[in-house]
Write a protein that binds this ligand. Structure first.
Ligand code: BEZ
Length: 256
């Protein structure tokens, strides 16, 4: 299980939830609705859902994130649970939710079928599922550089464990679980990274699914080498770093 440093997450990587504000305009929360935020992290977006007058509920697999979320927003209910395997009972909820929302989380969970089954069970009929996460091609240059660096250093060639589906793949999965896909976007969102070591810091923060079972000292060497490799790529321009994010954004409704 990935361990999260919540100060680093809220500091250098605040773009994760700042970009999520866009997604709230697709959620359109209504006063009195019950809305589940899957992968709420430190819950800044969950709080914005609550500010609309809806009853927001935050779920995250990370203890560290939920401890910080509770400290920041004590009025919101939270649970530590896996998005791939949770039930209303686990959340102490009697009634299903009007909507499930998720920003920048689902790419961490290879068991996508478990996620869709769990969230479908948590939704009312006609309930909405609004999500954004990494789509096919996401951070391709980062993943390639990290893999090459690790291969050079150790001779090991490891495929990463991210889940970055194509639009067709994810729409089929939703349809197979009784959803109608109302809108789906697959788009580039080049994302500026702070500082002269922006690429290395991104890998330090998010590289856990790339450097799987790699000793910390080797991981650090591979991180530095990957950043060197990336200096000759389109991600490094005029001394500034940009991550090659590709998003998948979904609006779906549970119809069966
Ligand atoms: C993303 O938001 O696309 C992402 C963030 C961290 C690691 C991988 C993908």
């Amino acid at each position: 299980m990935q361990q999260w440093n919540t100060s680093l997450y809220d500091g250098n990587h605040a773009f994760v939830f700042q970009f999520g504000k866009d997604l709230l305009s697709l959620l359109k929360p209504e006063p009195g609705e019950h809305i589940l935020d899957i992968g709420c992290g430190t819950a800044h977006l969950t709080q914005q859902i609550a500010e609309s007058g809806a009853n927001a509920y935050g779920l995250d697999a990370s203890d560290e994130m939920i401890v910080e979320a509770k400290r920041l927003y004590p009025a919101i209910p939270f649970a530590v649970a896996s998005a791939a395997n949770f039930s209303l009972q686990d959340l102490d909820q009697k009634e299903p939710f009007d909507a499930v929302f998720s920003n920048a989380t689902l790419h961490w969970i290879p068991d996508a079928e478990g996620v869709v089954r769990s969230l479908s069970n948590a939704l009312k009929p006609q309930g909405r599922f609004i999500a954004e996460f990494g789509g096919k091609g996401n951070v391709a240059l980062f993943r390639k550089a990290a893999r090459t660096a690790l291969l050079e250093l150790t001779g090991r060639d490891i495929a990463d464990r991210f889940y970055f589906p194509s639009p067709a793949e994810y729409a089929s999965l939703l349809e197979a679980h009784g959803f109608r896909v109302e809108a789906l976007w697959h788009f580039d969102r080049p994302t500026p990274l702070e500082g002269s070591d922006g690429a290395a810091n991104w890998l330090r923060m998010f590289g856990g699914a790339i450097f799987v079972d790699v000793a910390p000292d080797v991981r650090e060497q591979a991180t530095v080498r990957a950043q060197d490799l990336l200096r000759s790529s389109t991600l490094f321009h005029d001394g500034a770093w940009t991550a090659d994010y590709v998003r998948l954004r979904i609006v779906a409704k549970k119809i069966a």
